[in-house]
Design a protein. Sequence first.
Length: 612
Amino acid sequence: MPMRWRGWYAFIPAGLAILTSLNTVWNGFVADDSKQVVSSLFIRDAANLPLAFTTSVWSFATSDITFAVDSYYRPLFNVLFTINYALFGLAPWGWHLMNVLIHAAVSTLVFVAFRELSGRPWLACTAAALFSVHPVHAESIAWVSGITDPLMAVFLLAAFYFYLRYQKRRRYGLLAAALGFYFLALLSKETALALPLLAACCEVFYFKESGSRTQRIWRAAILGALFAAPTAGYFLMRYHALGGALLGSGPRYETAAALLTVPLAIIKYLKLMAVPAGFSYQHLTAFVDSVKSFSFVAPLALVIVLGAGVTLARSRLLVFSALWFILTLAPALAVLRQLDPEYLVADRYLYVPSIGVSVAAAIGLEWLARRRIKGLNLKLISPAIAAALVVVFGVACILQNRVWRDELSLYRNCVEVEPKSPAARTSLSHAYFDAGMPREADTEGRTALELDPQFASAHLNLSYYASRTGRLDRAIEYLEEGVSKIPETPMTRFRLATMYLNLGLLYAQQKNFARGEENLLKSIEIWPRAVGWYYAGQFYFDQGRYDDALTMYNQTASRVTNRFAAIHLRLAWTYDKLGQPEQARASYERFLEMAPAIDENRPNVVRRISQL
């Protein structure tokens, strides 16, 4: 390839990324977009931007306690959404166009970073091209709220590039740039924590010519200490914003089951990379419960075989691409016990790890081009295979983007991919109900129960539909039937707790307060959490049992971020009813400090403060 063409390599991945993702601009808002974009009060006022750095993703943007207990600290995500709203309002095309441009930037950076690492422009271009068109990225690009990984990848790859430049030139300005971009990556998504480990792997294993092993290990240790500074800064900001780095309702499932499921999850992710089909918002993955299970033994054996193959290939770049895949996927694997089975494996978690697989594929194509087989010109066949892969995966990407067109198409795809998944049927059922199609919703909900009579979400959904249509007795029957069929185990307790919580609230609507309290307390007993205490507080408040309500609200306040304005309002109302004006005033003022300027409760709160 003439040298004059190599300057154009960088534009090929970006062009492919735009070409295969541009059809997303006709998509609407789906899934979490309804909360994070359409109904978010936070992003509508640029004056809230400083608060993006002192609160979680959800807590300021909603009064729903369900979303206030999250442990997601991603301030640059909220900054991007605030900018998007200022530019495009609620016009979906603008939000999707921004996602496409960010993906194009990432694709370019994949080329730039791995050209710098390998010194092989053709290989870097092939890897970046494969990355740019892979259909597994549809979830991150075609879904507005899926942008966290591409946003983080922009800064992560920039940091990696400047680290590589520093490693070769030893200029401290380059190192400072690497640390700065790393910090921005952390503020986009916590999975950027993999970068210091990747840099250490480069120092110790990749750049073997840069000194003895002892010297390389010493340099890696120094580099790790330098990366520790922005990491510590990030965790301090996170702790301040969330009231604790691990804020949330805690793990839902057993650690042992999560660990046994890791090999299966890895193999599922590799399959998604290798086969241009089967992409979905949900991949139902049952937790593995035994070391003797085929679901543990077979995937573990396959992982070991693949690892051995990478090692025996004696390619430093191949080993590093494998390390890139595992280390950047590790955060998603580490939180398996906090995820529901239908979300243990998610397409979006592959966005950054897929770079490693793309590089490995490019290495294979480069190796093929160097082979000599009589009668075959492999130097031409290898680029032809690369082009064919780009076309096949690119077409699959364009088709997968259409899945994210609206809520119904999203969940219909989940059912098409896994027709026997009760989770997919239940999600489609909910989408039908929200679309004003109650008959279809009921049919899908009942199908989910036929597939798994112990699937709690199906009972919850059918109960919800019945209550929304005024059939309160039937709503209660669905939940009573559910709690009678589902045994209480460490794997089912949180689902049961949700069912008992809903039962308690339904009985309260029915004026059966004794049964209501019984079920609410049962829910809290099974799973002590902020959501349970909050609704129990609301139950007691409505009954005029203000001391009990205060106890529950104080429990809630101890487990949610201080920025969650709704809890301060609830406390203020309760103190007010208890005849404690000083405490009521303090809570009212705290609410005004934390609530968005357009919160509908603000005028009444201001009026009440003036009366105290």
